[in-house]
Design a protein around this ligand. Sequence first.
Ligand SMILES: CSC[C@H]1O[C@H](OP(=O)(O)O)[C@H](O)[C@@H]1O
Length: 347
Amino acid sequence: MTISQETFAPVKWEGDALLLLDQTRLPVETIFLTLNTPEEVWAAIRHLQVRGAPAIGMAAAYGLYLGVRGSQAADVQAFREELNTQADYLATARPTAVNLFWALDRVKARVQREGEQPVEALKAAVLDEALTIQREDAEVCRTIGENLLTLLHDGMGVLTHCNPGALATAAYGTATAPFYLAKERGWNLKVYADETRPVLQGARLTAYELQQAGIDVTLICDNMAAMVMGQGKVQAVIVGTDRVAANGDVANKIGTYGVAVLAKAHGIPFYVASPLSSIDLETPTGADIPIEERPAEEITHGLGKQVAPDGIKVYNPAFDVTPAAYITAIVTETGIFKPEEIRNSKK
Ligand SMILES: CSC[C@H]1O[C@H](OP(=O)(O)O)[C@H](O)[C@@H]1O
């Protein structure tokens, strides 16, 4: 690998502050923000300065610590109430990626497990759990990559959508993890990255991180995916996810459903890379996944340039749901699963 995974770390706890790589500035500028309050973390998540399900969870966990590190709570109960208030606030940043809620719940459960400790010890436990979430995510993503590699071979063409990359995780990414591991093994996978309108995570982030790592990546417009598949350039599709429902339906960046239909039409396997932290067995089906709608300006003023008439009606769902029937397999750190059997991934 020509570049360290550290380069892409979306968030870093350094000293006594949260450093956040502002992903709205990539690929042209590499700007790190120092965040000191939960309000700043909330805004960074909402405005996609940090994005990607695992990275959102990590940022929220650190945001929770920023919210309680100054607590003057007189006892454990009062501290827990403050913690819950901050968690409830951070949980309103974005609705679809279950990792946001998973991470907040995990920190709260850690404090619950600590029992009757001095408040200062509980604060330390909050930070420790946030650090642990980030540390574990890197290993989870590498394992997902190793499991995905068993489905691929040297020289394959693989299409991906949005940025399920190192920038969305602690390292390696989920769907991009096999690309990095293949590079380490000397394989030459040919990656086709959908630009992913309207926010262009594929063009701005996936193309950037894979190119920086010396991986063979070709950027295409979303409307070119069918042609690339029809030309036989793609032998597999791998995408990330923001939430997997109990029946194997998958919420992911808008446009994923269309790619899955195209893959099926071309007889191309469609894999979803998902850490267990993105699998939500409490959500029965894809129809129950809240889909975030984002500002019209993301479409009418793409990257600041007006491209549509004033006052035009806009529909801007940030995610769609791919039915389990279009998914060949969901690949987690615990193995490779048929979507309808995703419950087994957590056994
Ligand atoms: C590995 S999770 C990445 C996931 O998150 C992206 O959405 P957003 O950029 O809006 O946070 C997209 O759905 C990716 O697949």
